[in-house]
Structures are given as structure tokens and as C-alpha cells.
Design a protein around this ligand. Structure first.
Ligand SMILES: NC(=O)C1=CN([C@@H]2O[C@H](COP(=O)(O)OP(=O)(O)OC[C@H]3O[C@@H](n4cnc5c(N)ncnc54)[C@H](O)[C@@H]3O)[C@@H](O)[C@H]2O)C=CC1
Ligand SMILES: O=C(O)[C@@H]1CCC=N1
Length: 265
């Protein structure tokens, strides 16, 4: 089975890295093409993938094609993808916002079109990904998607109506979390701690807190109460965050991302 990537930016590079590192995929069977050949050449040199210079060349060689260009670019490549699409080829789009219905319409109702939404933590094999398929999809196709994307982290199947909010809380949210960690560290710098040390402490504490939520099964607010000693220090910070609309600010950000995602359809 040959796998091809159109658009070799951050995400395709992360997926190729994960597939290349796993024992399940042979890089002789991974193909890539990018608008500028430099990026293709980097991946040829680094992972031993097969470089293509045109969509036509790639489409003729692969069984699975991953559309990994920006959503705004997708409509300009789909006519060429359609022109060379064979009946048994599998199309996977990772573009934000572009629905299965849109992709099916652009590709003349091609039967095997799927959406996957990974996140940037794929680069270190820690993506939280989801996928969505048309109702009639076979288990073999689902297994193929899961095997590909398990090489970069975890993946769950979701109904497509939850794709947009998944994109926000699963795939845009790493940017929020990086911002939060940097804010904690920057506050420590104000108190005299070196930035590098502060980042390591803040990131490690966020990692531990995330594990606590996943493993303890406690309600997050019960955990908040466990940190806040009566008359203690933490409650001062928690009430300060609440007075500054912490939850409201997060909701506003989530809604802003989700609105933009809807506008891409
Ligand atoms: N960056 C992220 O955290 C995530 C991105 N996505 C989705 O993944 C897709 C790719 O995103 P990134 O990798 O971040 O973008 P990127 O900008 O890093 O990569 C896109 C690549 O496509 C290439 N390209 C542009 N026009 C082309 C054309 N006509 N033919 C061939 N290649 C072309 C660009 O040169 C670039 O290398 C987007 O649709 C995005 O919505 C999904 C989940 C997370
Ligand atoms: O910002 C974006 O459009 C992409 C989609 C999810 C994460 N990054």
C-alpha cells in the first residue's frame, strides 16, 4: 500500500515522521509533494520518502492520499486530485473546517473520503486526533486510518457534527495551553526565576495536572478544592481568576475558534 501527502508542512511532516518511526510503514511506500520542492527534498533526505513534483505524479503512485494543505488552498488542488482519482483510492483530508459533504461534492461523490483532525503534538507522537467517515465505511478502512494516525498519538472516531468543537478543544487548544504555560513562567520571571527553569516547572505541573484529571477520575472542581487550603494561598489566586472571568475568557476563545472553523465550510 502506498501513502501520499499533498502539502508537506507542519502536520504532514509530523505524520510522516510518526509513520517512518513506526515499524508498520516502510518509507519506500511514503510519497510526498509540496508547492516548493525544497520541503519535499528535506523529507526525502531526512526520512527517505519518495518525492513527487506534481499532484498528477503522486496520484498515479499512491493508494491513500492525505490532503495536508491549508483549508484556503484546498479548493485550488481538488480539481487536479479529482482528475487523477481512481475508484479504489482512499482520500483523507486533515483540513480544518472542510466537511465530508464539501469534499464529496468536489470529488464527484468519491466513496472513500475521510476526515482526520490531528494536533501539533503529533511532532512528539502525542497528538489527540479524531476521524469521521461516511456512514457506509468498512471496518477495514477505519482500521487503516487508525493504524496510520496511532503512529502520532491517540485517535478516536467521532460523528462529524462534533468535529468542529473537537478541532477547537483538541487541536487549537495546544496553542492556549502553550500560552498558559508561558504566562505562568513569565510571572515567575518577574519574581526572579530564570525563564528556562520556570518553563520546565510550569510545563511539568500542567502535565501532572492533566494526568491527575485523566487518572484520578475526580471532578476538576473537587481537585481545585483539594489544592485550596482554608485561609491559604491558592484560594487567593483562584478567586482572582474567577473575578477576572477565567471561565468566560476560555469560552469566548473556544467560540471564536469554532466560529472561524464553521466559516471555512
Ligand atoms: N497546524 C496545526 O496545528 C493543525 C493543522 N491542521 C490542518 O492541517 C493542514 C495543514 O496545516 P499545516 O501543516 O499547519 O500547514 P503548513 O502551512 O505548515 O503546510 C501546508 C503546506 O502546503 C504547501 N502548499 C501550499 N499550496 C500547495 C499546493 N498548491 N500544492 C502542494 N502543496 C502546497 C505549503 O508549501 C506548505 O508546506 C491545514 O488544512 C490545517 O487546517 C489540522 C490540525 C492541526
Ligand atoms: O489554526 C488552524 O487552522 C489549525 C486547525 C487546528 C489547529 N490548527
Amino acid at each position: 500500500m502506498n501513502y501520499g501527502f499533498i502539502g508537506l508542512g507542519n502536520m504532514a511532516t509530523a505524520i510522516i515522521k510518526g509513520m517512518a518511526a513506526s515499524k508498520k510503514f516502510d518509507t519506500n511506500h511514503l510519497y510526498g509533494m509540496n508547492r516548493s520542492y525544497e520541503k519535499t527534498d528535506e523529507l526525502v533526505q531526512q526520512y527517505g520518502i519518495q518525492g513527487c513534483t506534481t499532484i498528477e505524479e503522486l496520484m498515479k503512485k499512491v493508494d491513500v492520499v492525505v490532503l495536508a494543505v491549508k483549508p484556503q488552498v484546498l479548493s485550488s488542488i481538488l480539481p487536479t486530485v479529482k482528475a487523477f482519482l481512481r475508484k479504489n483510492q482512499i482520500v483523507i483530508s486533515i483540513a480544518a473546517g472542510k466537511s465530508l459533504a464539501y469534499l464529496q461534492e468536489q470529488l464527484d461523490g468519491h466513496p472513500s473520503i475521510f476526515r482526520v483532525m490531528p494536533n501539533i503534538n503529533a511532532i512528539i507522537g502525542a497528538s489527540t486526533s479524531c476521524y469521521s467517515t461516511p456512514a457506509s465505511t468498512s471496518n477495514a478502512h477505519k482500521q487503516l486510518i487508525e493504524e496510520m494516525f496511532e503512529t502520532i498519538g491517540t485517535i478516536v472516531e467521532l460523528p462529524e457534527n462534533l468535529f468542529s468543537i473537537f478541532t477547537t478543544i483538541g487541536c487549537a487548544s495546544p496553542a492556549f495551553t502553550y500560552l498558559y504555560i508561558d504566562s505562568l513562567a513569565r510571572a515567575a520571571v518577574r519574581e526572579g526565576m530564570p525563564k528556562e527553569m520556570a518553563l520546565e516547572i510550569a510545563a511539568s505541573s500542567v502535565l501532572g495536572s492533566a494526568k491527575m484529571i485523566l487518572e484520578s477520575k475526580e471532578h476538576p472542581m473537587a481537585l481545585v478544592d483539594q489544592v485550596c487550603s482554608p485561609g491559604g494561598t491558592t484560594i487567593q489566586g483562584v478567586t482572582s481568576l474567577q473575578a477576572n472571568r477565567f471561565e468566560g475568557v476560555i469560552h469566548d476563545a473556544v467560540m471564536a475558534v469554532t466560529r472561524k472553523d464553521h466559516s471555512l465550510q
